[in-house]
Design a protein around this ligand. Structure first.
Ligand code: BTN
Length: 260
């Protein structure tokens, strides 16, 4: 176990720093599959991820050395598979709590778990489960946060942003990592203690476009809708002209409107 400056009980106590890797999620999954003895809370962070992965088979691009790309091993055996969205909520809330003192107002969670500032994405979460007997045996929490990257490639710059673009100053990556890990430990322990309802309420309080009428694309058509909540299993509840609809990830697309 490597020593470090984390003041947590377990998240980040075993921190493995890599200079380059395909994806920290892949690396951690390989370690778990090889049955390497790893303590819960192990964090793998990489300076350069050359095949970083995002949601639904997308790529996660991050300029080497300027951003946070890391994965945390959790073992939430107390959660049923059907309850896995609770972990998404706990991690998204923890990131909000960690970033808020640095960035201030304007931070939101875009359903299901993108970290937004205004209309730009600052970070994303990719949770991958290793399931055994209907329960989550190990969970790889992959987190990418755009921290000190000043320029994004053409085509991304209107949708992606970084903390340094907001603050006009650079942020220490390790101290931000320790903050995020310590908040994740707090929300995770809260979940483990059964305090799911308050976490769910906090998640909703951060939700992008909650109770705001805005445009969405559904089945290729533009519709107007108002997000009114997120179900226990992570489905989006939206009021539309057709009544209250429930959407799974990728069934509905947010249309970018600068002030909504
Ligand atoms: C998203 O699409 O929003 C999720 C992005 C998740 C990116 C992180 S970076 C660290 C970890 N390793 C990966 O390959 N992906 C996640």
């Amino acid at each position: 176990m490597q020593n470090n400056t984390f003041s947590t009980l377990f998240v980040g106590q075993n921190l493995i720093k890599l200079s380059a890797v395909d994806s920290t999620n892949n690396f951690l999954k390989r370690m778990v599959s090889n049955s390497e003895p790893l303590p819960e809370g192990t964090v793998i962070m990489a300076e350069n991820q050359f095949a970083g992965r995002g949601q639904v088979e997308s790529n996660w691009l991050a300029e080497p050395g300027k951003n946070l790309t890391f994965s945390i091993l959790l073992q939430p055996a107390f959660l049923h598979l059907a309850e896995q969205f609770r972990l998404n909520m706990a991690v998204s809330v923890a990131i909000q709590r960690a970033l808020k003192p640095i960035i201030g107002e304007g931070l939101t969670i875009k359903w299901p778990n993108d970290i937004y500032f205004g209309a730009k994405k600052l970070g994303g979460i990719l949770i991958e489960n290793i399931v055994s007997g209907g329960r989550i045996k190990a969970c790889i929490i992959g987190i990418g946060i755009n921290v000190n990257q000043e320029v994004f490639e053409a085509g991304l710059e209107s949708r992606a942003g970084s903390i340094c673009q907001i603050l006009h100053e650079h942020v220490n990556l390790i101290s931000l990592l320790t903050q995020i890990c310590s908040h994740i430990e707090v929300t995770y322990l809260k979940l483990r203690a059964g305090n799911y309802n308050t976490l769910g309420e906090e998640y909703l309080s951060f939700l992008y476009r909650l109770n705001v009428k805005a445009a969405y694309r559904q089945n290729g058509e533009i519709i107007e809708g108002k997000i009114i909540g997120v179900s226990d299993t992570g489905l989006l509840n939206m009021e539309t002209e057709e009544g209250v609809m429930t959407y799974n990830f990728k069934e509905i697309e947010f249309i970018n409107q600068p002030n909504k």
